[in-house]
Design a protein around this ligand. Structure first.
Ligand SMILES: Cc1cc2nc3c(=O)[nH]c(=O)nc-3n(C[C@H](O)[C@H](O)[C@H](O)COP(=O)(O)OP(=O)(O)OC[C@H]3O[C@@H](n4cnc5c(N)ncnc54)[C@H](O)[C@@H]3O)c2cc1C
Length: 474
C-alpha cells in the first residue's frame, strides 16, 4: 500500500476527514482536481453542532478568529430560530466564508501529516478485497480505502455507477457576491425570504463593501442554469427587496442553483465510501450542507481509523451508513419542506403563516432549532436506556480524536487499561446522571452507567453488531 486512505476532494468534507485520520495516525493522501483553492465560498455559516465538534478538536478559536460575525439565531425558510433552547455553549451560527474554513482545515490536516495533492483529478478507480487503486493523471496510488468527498457531481460516484436518486428542483435561485452603491446592511440578519409573488432576496456583508446576495423570483425561474447573472438582473432583484436606491456596482461571483435533492442509498461500496455532497445534495436553505458533510467526516474518521489500526469490531464501518444516512435524509426532507414554505402561492403563504406562529411556541422552536443545528442528533445505539445514550456530549476536549471514559471517580480506571491506546480515562465533576459515560471520538455517548460487564462490552464495541443490523432497544 502507498497510503492507508485516499480521499478524493479537498472541500470541507475531505479536509475534515483528513484531519480526523491524521490525528489518529492514519496515512492519508487527498487528491484535489483544482490547482489551488477556488477562492469562492458557497457556504457562509457553521451550525452550533459543528462549532461544538471544532471546539473538541481545539479548532474553534481559529475559526472564530477568521469569522465575520456570530449570528445569534438560525432560520427555517427565513423564519427565526432560537438555538438557546438547547443546552450548548454555542447557541449561534458562525458567519464565516467556506474558503476560510477550508484553509484552516487544510493547514491542520498538513500539520497532522496528510498530503494534499492539488491539480490531481481522479479519473479511474479499481478495487479488490485488499485495497483500491486510484488514478489521477500520471499518478497511481494504492490505498486500503478510498473516500469520495468530491462534491455533488462526484466522479467517484460516477465511476462506480452509483445511482443518485431524488427529486428535481422547483425553486430557482441565484447567488452573487457583489459590491454595492446605496445604503446596505452592516450586519447579518435572518434572511427575509417571504414568498411574495415578486420574489425576495437576502443580503449579507461578507467583506469590505462586498455582499452576498441570494435571490429568487419569476425572472430566475425562467432563466437557464447557465445564463450569466447580469447587473440588470441583480438590480431588479435588489429593487424588489431593498428599494431602487440600492444597486450593484460590481459582480465578483455568481451562480444559479435549485432545491434539487438527491441521496445515494448506500454510502459504502466495498472499500470505497462516499461522504458530504458526493452522498447527498439539497437546497442550501438554513445553511446545512457543509455542516452535514463535516459531520459525516467526524463520524467516518474514527471508524476508518479503527479499521486501519486493527481495533474495529466487525461491522463498525457499516454503522457509518446506519447512523449518517438517516441524518442526511432528514436534512433533505427539511430543505424540501422549506422550499414549500418559500413557493410564491396563496396556499403556501397560508401554511407559512401557521408555521411562523407555531415557531413562536418554545417546544416547536426547540424541535426545529435542534433539527437545523444538528444538536438533536440521536444515533440508535443499543444499551441500557439513559438520556445521553446516542446523544452528543459537548464541552469535552478530544483534540486527538480519542474516545473517553468520563467518570466521577477512579473505580472504573482499570477497565480501560486494555484499550488505553485509543481510549482516555477522564475524571470529572460533571453531573452526568451516571457514574461514568463512554464518549466516542465523534462526541456521542455509547454507554452510560456503572456496571462493569456492560462497560466492558461497550469498550470492546459490542454495540456495533446490534446497531449495524438495525436492531436497537429504542
Ligand atoms: C449558494 C450556496 C450556499 C450554501 N450555503 C451553505 C451554508 O451557509 N452552510 C452550509 O452548511 N452549507 C451551505 N452550502 C452547501 C455547501 O457549500 C456544500 O454542502 C459543501 O461545499 C459540501 O462540501 P464537500 O466537501 O462535500 O463538497 P465540495 O465543497 O463540492 O468539494 C468537493 C471537492 O472535490 C473536488 N473534486 C471534484 N471532482 C474531483 C475529481 N474527479 N478529482 C479530484 N477532486 C475532485 C472539487 O474540486 C472540490 O474541491 C451552500 C451551497 C450553495 C450552492
Amino acid at each position: 500500500m502507498d497510503v492507508d486512505v485516499i480521499i478524493v476532494g479537498a472541500g470541507p468534507t475531505g479536509l475534515t476527514l483528513a484531519t480526523e485520520l491524521g490525528s489518529a495516525g492514519v496515512s492519508t493522501v487527498v487528491l484535489e482536481r483544482l490547482n489551488e483553492p477556488s477562492g469562492q465560498s458557497k457556504a457562509l455559516g457553521l451550525q452550533p453542532r459543528t462549532a461544538e465538534l471544532l471546539e473538541s478538536r481545539g479548532l474553534l478559536d481559529r475559526v472564530s478568529d477568521a469569522a465575520i460575525q456570530r449570528v445569534p439565531a438560525g432560520h427555517f425558510a427565513g423564519l427565526r430560530l432560537d438555538f438557546s433552547a438547547w443546552d450548548t455553549p454555542h447557541p449561534y451560527m458562525i458567519g464565516i466564508p467556506q474558503v476560510r474554513v477550508e484553509a484552516i482545515l487544510e493547514a491542520r490536516a498538513a500539520d497532522l501529516g496528510a498530503i494534499v495533492l492539488r491539480g490531481h483529478e481522479l479519473t479511474e478507480i479499481v478495487q479488490d478485497g485488499a485495497g483500491v487503486v486510484a488514478t489521477a493523471g500520471s499518478q497511481r496510488l494504492r490505498g486500503r480505502y478510498l473516500v469520495g468527498c468530491d462534491g455533488g457531481r462526484s466522479t467517484v460516484r460516477e465511476l462506480l455507477g452509483i445511482e443518485f436518486p431524488g427529486l428535481d428542483g422547483r425553486l430557482h435561485m441565484a447567488v452573487t457576491d457583489l459590491t454595492l452603491t446605496g445604503p446596505a446592511p452592516t450586519s447579518w440578519s435572518i434572511p427575509e425570504m417571504s414568498p411574495s409573488r415578486s420574489g425576495k432576496g437576502y443580503l449579507a456583508p461578507i467583506g469590505q463593501n462586498v455582499y452576498r446576495f441570494l435571490f429568487y423570483g419569476p425572472e430566475q425561474r425562467d432563466l437557464s442554469r447557465d445564463a450569466p447573472i447580469t447587473i440588470g438582473e441583480v438590480d431588479r432583484a435588489l429593487a424588489v427587496s431593498f428599494g431602487s436606491e440600492v444597486k450593484a456596482s460590481d459582480i465578483r461571483w455568481g451562480s444559479r442553483f435549485t432545491d434539487t435533492s438527491r441521496q445515494v442509498s448506500t454510502y459504502r461500496h466495498g472499500r470505497v465510501l462516499l461522504a458530504g455532497d458526493a452522498a447527498h445534495i439539497h437546497s442550501p436553505m438554513g445553511g446545512q450542507g457543509l455542516n452535514l458533510g463535516m459531520q459525516d467526516a467526524f463520524n467516518l474518521g474514527w471508524k476508518l481509523a479503527a479499521e486501519v489500526k486493527g481495533w474495529a469490531a466487525d461491522g463498525l464501518l457499516d454503522t457509518y451508513q446506519t447512523e449518517r444516512h438517516p441524518v442526511a435524509a432528514r436534512v433533505l426532507a427539511n430543505t424540501r419542506a422549506q422550499s414549500v414554505l418559500l413557493m410564491p402561492d396563496e396556499e403556501n403563504l397560508a401554511l407559512r403563516t401557521i408555521v411562523e406562529e407555531l415557531l413562536e411556541l418554545p417546544q416547536a422552536n426547540k424541535f426545529v432549532a435542534g433539527m437545523m443545528s444538528g444538536l438533536d442528533i440521536h444515533y440508535p445505539l443499543p444499551g441500557d436506556p439513559h438520556p445521553l445514550l446516542g446523544r452528543r456530549l459537548p464541552g469535552l476536549e478530544q483534540r486527538t480524536g480519542r474516545a473517553a471514559l468520563l467518570a466521577r471517580g477512579n473505580r472504573l480506571r482499570a477497565c480501560v487499561a486494555q484499550w488505553s491506546d485509543h481510549i482516555d480515562y477522564v475524571v470529572t465533576q460533571r453531573d452526568l446522571d451516571a457514574e461514568a459515560v463512554l464518549v466516542r471520538p465523534d462526541g456521542y455517548v455509547c454507554w452510560a452507567g456503572s456496571d462493569v460487564a456492560s462497560l466492558t462490552q461497550a469498550l470492546s464495541l459490542q454495540w456495533v453488531q446490534r446497531e449495524a443490523s438495525g436492531s436497537s432497544d429504542r
